[in-house]
Design a protein around this ligand. Structure first.
Ligand SMILES: [Zn+2]
Length: 257
């Protein structure tokens, strides 16, 4: 609903959802996630016109990912709610970028601020100070939440610099935008939410996912690979993988040493 209404500049609070064809308001029990779609058999109760199965598919995938989150963060913990909000935000960014090739500031700004300010509340598996020791950054005698905020901010700046660099390089070499401005701001937001360790996983994964998705298309269509692509969708998918599987990724990397 957010992905449909926000780009159109409509309120996400009111009015209630209605049929695209006849305008009839959809009753609350038909508006329940997945259940409503199945009850209506994907059709409007009044005029019988078909609803896109996308709503049910999105609801189903979000539900599955939420279950994974539940197990990952040990039930309804603060970390669970933090990443659940991040998951919802990523879903909206993913869908809008998929539909309109757009990443909106009105979605990024509030979410990024929320992610940054609340990041000290979540349980950090790795002590942020390790990162500072690693890069020999001499910041001492500040409380742990201070480290976490700095970690978030540094990750945001890292995302911004990397993606802005790619964008700048694309403009210099290919004389066209390799990355949209939205992707650069999105990378900044991802950094604020995830902190340095998980952000690095997310950024690397976004390129791997991008290659996996685009390679078949490039081989079939023999495209030059220079057409614009909604890269934000890959970044959103990579971010979800990063916070769900960061423990596994870390074990995998440590396994190499
Ligand atoms: Zn209808």
């Amino acid at each position: 609903m957010c992905a449909y209404r926000i780009p159109a500049g409509r309120s996400i609070v009111s009015p209630s959802s209605s049929c695209f064809s006849c305008g009839e308001i959809i009753k609350w029990y038909f508006n329940l996630p997945i259940v409503g779609y199945l009850l209506l058999k994907g059709k409007c109760h009044d005029c019988g016109s078909k609803f896109s199965c996308r709503y049910a598919v999105v609801e189903f995938i979000t539900a599955c990912l939420s279950c994974l989150l539940f197990y990952r963060f040990g039930g309804f913990t603060i970390s669970f709610f933090y990443y659940f909000f991040f998951l919802c935000f990523l879903t909206v960014v993913f869908l809008i970028d998929l539909d309109r090739w757009l990443i909106l500031d009105s979605v990024l700004l509030p979410a990024g601020l929320f992610g940054f300010l609340l990041s000290p509340l979540i349980v950090q598996k790795i002590d942020c100070k390790d990162i500072f020791y690693l890069f020999s950054i001499p910041i001492y005698n500040i409380p742990n939440w201070g480290y976490i905020l700095i970690d978030s901010l540094l990750a945001g700046i890292l995302g911004f610099v990397v993606f802005y660099g790619i964008s700048f390089y694309g403009l210099l070499v290919f004389k066209q935008d390799a990355m949209g401005g939205g992707d650069v701001k999105f990378a900044f937001c991802i950094g604020l939410f995830l902190g340095i360790e998980k952000s690095i996983y997310a950024f690397i994964l976004s390129f791997i996912i991008g290659v996996i998705f685009l390679l078949p298309f490039m081989l079939i269509n023999k495209k030059s690979g220079r057409e614009p692509i909604p890269f934000g969708t890959f970044m959103a998918m990579a971010s979800v993988c990063s916070f769900l599987f960061s423990d596994l990724i870390r074990k995998f990397i440590i396994g190499f040493y």
